[in-house]
Design a binder for this molecule. Structure first.
Ligand SMILES: NC(=O)CC[C@H](N)C(=O)O
Length: 354
């Protein structure tokens, strides 16, 4: 096998050289790290990673091949993939290498991902550029420096559905705003017989009202929540009119719709063992993937923080009972990661509509 060069350049002038996999090419965006031991395909296909380069801290990924049943979206959404090592002989095929080659994706191995993770933890998330097929570090650094910040990109329209669609179910009618929804959110709602009317990111309140929903659900999505003005407006118009639920980006845009604020975390939470504390003191282990957070202090009267991240005390969920709004920052739908909060969130959602 011919070795293909690759280089990862950072906005601060630093760089690392490694081995490329997939195809030759380049990409630039935030480099973020995920600490999951499994679920690499769920993460790579999670639309919330659109616009970011995804690095896995677990030393080897690809050890159970590529199974499209795990995909959270039909395509890989991360701009590129960085891993210490990819498995060349998985128990089930095809290999990550073959998949990346066949789908013209960009990957890099053979780098000290732990050192790069420490760098992100010390200095904060940085913009980086991955160049596969070259070791021109000066070029990679200049690409990183020229790339827009995560707050400047508008990625949601790229991953939201283009037209509304219907997933029939025999139960409650849920209007879903797709800001780049993970498949397992839809599956989790469908499994509970939800009759789902899915709308693109720019749906208006009147379009939502027209399907006569019992509730509104706002999905996860990539980028800065402040770059989702249509969803914020739609929620604002529907607040108090019907129950509203949201996950991750759905949590953040709900806070903004209420007049609250969000801010960028130093290096975010991305992994499958993030502990959150519920109001009753119980701790749940959750999957998370977020780089922004809701500012607890900014939430207006009537809101109550329901979940707090045990590691850093940040907001992992809040509610406003008067407005019948319940949102979480973590991922109860899992995929990958633990399903400890699936029933807690989704069963509760339908119980509230009964
Ligand atoms: N998974 C998500 O919905 C992420 C929301 C937002 N893009 C963030 O990084 O915080």
């Amino acid at each position: 096998m011919d070795i293909m060069k690759a280089v990862l350049g950072f906005e601060d002038g630093d760089f690392v050289v490694g081995e490329g996999f997939g195809v030759k090419g380049e990409c630039a965006g935030e480099l973020v790290f995920n600490t999951q031991m499994t679920g690499y395909m769920e993460s790579l296909t999670d639309p919330s990673y659109f616009g970011q380069i995804l690095m896995f801290t677990f030393p080897q990924i690809g050890n159970y091949g590529v199974d499209t049943r795990n995909f959270q979206n039909p395509r890989v959404c991360a701009l590129g993939c960085i891993a210490k090592e990819i498995c060349e002989k998985p128990e089930h095929g095809p290999t990550l290498r073959t998949f990346f080659e066949e789908h013209s994706l960009l990957g890099m191995t053979g780098v000290d991902t732990r050192a790069l993770t420490i760098k992100a933890r010390v200095h904060g998330t940085m913009r980086a550029a991955l160049v596969v097929g070259s070791d021109d570090s000066a070029y990679a650094v200049s690409l990183a420096q020229k790339s827009p910040t995560i707050c400047d990109i508008i990625p949601i329209p790229e991953v939201s559905c283009k037209e509304p669609y219907h997933i029939p179910g025999s139960g409650k009618r849920i209007a879903v705003i797709d800001l780049g929804i993970k498949k397992n959110m839809l599956t989790s709602l469908s499994k509970r017989n939800g009759d789902l009317y899915v709308f693109p990111y720019n749906a208006t309140a009147d379009q939502v009202r027209a399907c006569k929903p019992d509730a509104l659900f706002v999905s996860n999505g990539p980028g800065d929540p402040k770059q989702a003005p249509d969803a914020i407006r739609c929620i604002q118009n529907l607040l108090g009119e019907l129950p509203i639920f949201g996950i991750c980006m759905g949590n953040q845009v709900s806070a903004l719709a209420l007049g609250g604020d969000t801010y960028k975390l130093k290096f975010g939470h991305r992994g499958a063992n993030q502990p959150v504390r519920f109001t009753d003191g119980r701790i749940f282990i959750t999957t998370q993937n977020h780089g922004f957070a809701v500012d607890a202090e900014s939430l207006p009267e009537g809101c109550r923080v329901t979940y707090t991240n045990v590691n850093d005390g940040t907001v992992e969920g809040f509610e406003n009972r008067d407005m019948r709004l319940t949102t979480v920052q973590f991922h109860p739908e899992a995929h990958g990661g633990p399903r400890d909060t699936e029933a807690h969130f989704f069963d509760d959602l339908f119980r509230r509509l009964a």
